[in-house]
Design a protein around this ligand. Structure first.
Ligand SMILES: O=P(O)(O)OC[C@H]1O[C@H](O[C@H]2O[C@H](CO)[C@@H](O)[C@H](O)[C@H]2O)[C@H](O)[C@@H](O)[C@@H]1O
Length: 369
């Protein structure tokens, strides 16, 4: 009953609730049943994933359907970086992209306008991807390197700067959070200094936002369910151990520092606290900006753009929602677990993203060459 109340309060999905329930059961019962319970958990996970997949079918199985719907229209490809083009790894500086993935993105970008929209700094993503033919938006879309505009955009020139690259090619940067840079620099120094005592913290400077990584910080032993772990253990006197809580210390510290910067807010990603300016600009806005600079508008009748967005993180949901409200395009989530999402299709992991991109490039060559 307590578990049920906690689950409803915290809006856990049925999937999470069942897993926690089995986990608690496992802790509280004789260990000779463990193997049965593990198999049970596995089967339940598989069943839940396949039922979730009915609502978010695999983009690979639905490939023909997607491409048929896009036939004769202009596909524009948007890709997230971490967890989409590269697998999640423990060291953020070593999230390299494989060569086959690089070739696939390059091939896709030869056929369709392609942009990468990441939470990382734009330079860092470029260092990983190293493809000149792709457009880049870093800092969750707050640092965009777009094409030189064909026509006047609705975004005005305030945050736009025309620049030449090393090959004298003109491009335009759009940076709507420019005025926050001095504060970000100060906050960065403060975070580095104050979190220095906590083992395993890594602060990443993403230019217009900051990532506080805690993948290597000691958490409660069952970190996936840590918020309720203590409550259950005290209320049901279960055999749940609570270990060192450096993570709680870090979270409080970051929240305290953030209070000194009221124009910023924090969101949570994969073992990362992301701090960014509270402006109305996210990956969804970046997608719309890039579409417009590429010559596609959301309102015009002759807008034949079919944007396709592939991403794995919470911040990608903003882009999925934009596609939903445009009523055109294909939002594809990368996940191997059932998740609440605005995406219509799914891919399990970066290796499926690779297969999807390869098929896209082949499809275009086969149909239009
Ligand atoms: O928008 P994205 O391109 O998905 O960036 C989101 C964050 O990705 C990176 O962190 C994540 O990936 C790391 C490498 O696999 C992993 O170690 C970390 O735990 C993940 O949170 C990046 O380092 C962050 O700055 C981005 O905000």
């Amino acid at each position: 009953m307590i578990l049920l109340i906690i689950s409803i309060n915290r809006r856990f999905s049925l999937f999470t609730t069942l897993n926690i329930y089995l986990f608690v059961y496992l802790l509280n019962h004789n260990y000779r049943y463990n193997i049965h319970i593990c198999i049970g958990v596995l089967i339940i996970n598989l069943l839940m994933y396949s039922s979730w997949c009915r609502e978010h079918p695999s983009a690979l199985s639905s490939f023909r359907e997607i491409m048929n719907a896009a036939r004769g229209k202009s596909i524009v490809v948007f890709l997230d970086y971490d967890g989409t083009l590269s697998p999640i790894v423990s060291d953020p500086d070593r999230a390299f992209m494989s060569n086959p993935m690089r070739s696939a993105v390059q091939e896709v970008s030869r056929h369709f306008p392609t942009a990468i929209i990441s939470g990382r700094s734009r330079n860092k993503v470029y260092e990983f991807v190293k493809l000149k033919e792709v457009l880049y938006a870093g800092s969750h879309g707050m640092d965009i390197m777009g094409p030189p505009q064909q026509a006047n955009t609705s975004y005005g020139g305030k945050y736009e700067t025309r620049t030449l690259d090393e090959n004298d090619q003109e491009f335009v940067t759009f940076q709507p959070a420019q005025e926050f840079l001095p504060q970000i620099e100060k906050m960065l120094k403060k975070l580095e200094k104050k979190t220095g005592e906590i083992d395993g913290v890594m602060i990443e400077d993403n230019r217009f936002c900051i990532s506080v990584h805690y993948r290597h910080v000691k958490e409660q032993v069952y970190d996936a369910i840590s918020p309720i772990c203590r409550q259950i253990s005290t209320q049901l006197t279960l055999n749940v151990c609570v270990f060192v809580q450096d993570y709680q210390k870090l979270e409080k510290l970051v929240e305290r520092i953030l209070k000194e910067y009221p124009k910023f807010h924090m969101t949570r990603g994969k073992k990362v606290l992301e701090i960014r300016p509270s402006i109305k600009w996210n990956k969804g806005h970046a997608l719309e900006y890039l579409l417009e600079t590429l010559g596609f508008t959301s309102s015009s009748d002759n807008d034949d753009a079919v944007p396709l967005y592939i991403g794995d993180d919470k911040t990608d949901e903003d882009a999925f929602n934009v596609l939903k409200s445009r009523g055109a395009g294909f939002p594809i989530i990368v996940t191997s677990k059932p998740r609440q999402t605005a995406a219509s299709y799914s891919l399990r992991d970066p290796s499926e993203v690779l297969s999807f991109l390869i098929r896209m490039a082949r499809w275009k060559s086969a149909h239009y060459c």
